[in-house]
Design a protein around this ligand. Structure first.
Ligand SMILES: Nc1nc2c(ncn2[C@@H]2O[C@H](COP(=O)(O)OP(=O)(O)OP(=O)(O)O)[C@@H](O)[C@H]2O)c(=O)[nH]1
Ligand SMILES: [Mg+2]
Length: 215
């Protein structure tokens, strides 16, 4: 399983990545555009040692999770096509997204928008991902409609209808994960790796002084 760690710049994504993936990637300096940190962590499971013992296996292979840490999401990112070959295309391959949300206050770590506001950050990342998905849907629809005019294949029509539903959902400001897709529909759009279709976990990065409040 592969998890993408995302969020606004300087919210603690690489810090979280280092903890989860027991890695040592550099923190503090802005992770540069196009830089991708990758690491694999074993999933601890007490049962595994017991099973190894019972089965007398010579080799024990724990389940693993691949973590991907990318640069912070900024407002114009999704309009920059060149990023699609790096950060975005990497994120399209993950099974789930962990969105790190900054709650910690620290004057030595300025927020790109000037202040800490979790709700604003959650909305802006969601919006950027929706825009990125929207661009793909639009591009694909234009091409498919042209092909359908010539070829009239039923599978083209099914995909057009499905992408139109995706377009409507995104236009309404909703993520694609709310769509109730059949197994066949799911298969039709799997290849696009839509970001708003992926399961999303919000990871709140609270400050040292906020630990009590989190109880
Ligand atoms: N005070 C405080 N500082 C933190 C916390 N988490 C991260 N930081 C600091 O915030 C700065 C940015 O952390 P990173 O983990 O590099 O943040 P990032 O989201 O990966 O940053 P970019 O990749 O540049 O977008 C570093 O100086 C961290 O030490 C926290 O919980 N409290
Ligand atoms: Mg980083």
């Amino acid at each position: 399983m592969k998890i993408g760690i995302v969020g606004r710049p300087q919210v603690g994504k690489t810090t979280v990545f280092n903890i989860l993936a027991q890695s040592n990637a550099e923190i503090g300096g802005y992770t540069s555009r196009g830089q991708i940190n990758l690491s694999t962590a074993n999933v601890p499971d007490e049962r595994l040692a017991q099973i190894t013992k019972i089965s007398e296996s010579k080799k024990t292979t724990p389940a693993t999770i691949d973590y991907v840490d990318v640069a912070g999401v900024t407002k114009t990112d999704m309009e920059q096509a060149e990023l699609d070959s790096g950060m975005l295309s990497e994120l399209r391959t993950v099974d789930a997204l962990a969105h790190v949300v900054r709650l910690f206050e620290d004057e030595t770590v300025p927020h790109v928008d000037g202040n800490v506001d979790a709700e604003r950050d959650i909305e802006s990342v969601a919006l950027e991902f929706a825009l990125a998905d929207f661009q793909i849907v639009e591009g694909r629809l234009t091409r498919l409609r042209k092909q359908f005019q010539n070829q009239k294949l039923p599978e083209q029509l099914s995909e057009i209808k499905l992408l139109e539903a995706c377009q409507k959902t995104l236009e309404a400001g909703k993520p694609l994960r709310i769509l109730d897709l059949s197994a066949n529909e799911e298969k039709l759009i799997r290849g696009y790796g839509f970001l708003t279709q992926k399961p999303l976990l919000l990871v709140c990065n609270i400050g040292e002084t906020q630990l009590d409040a989190a109880d």
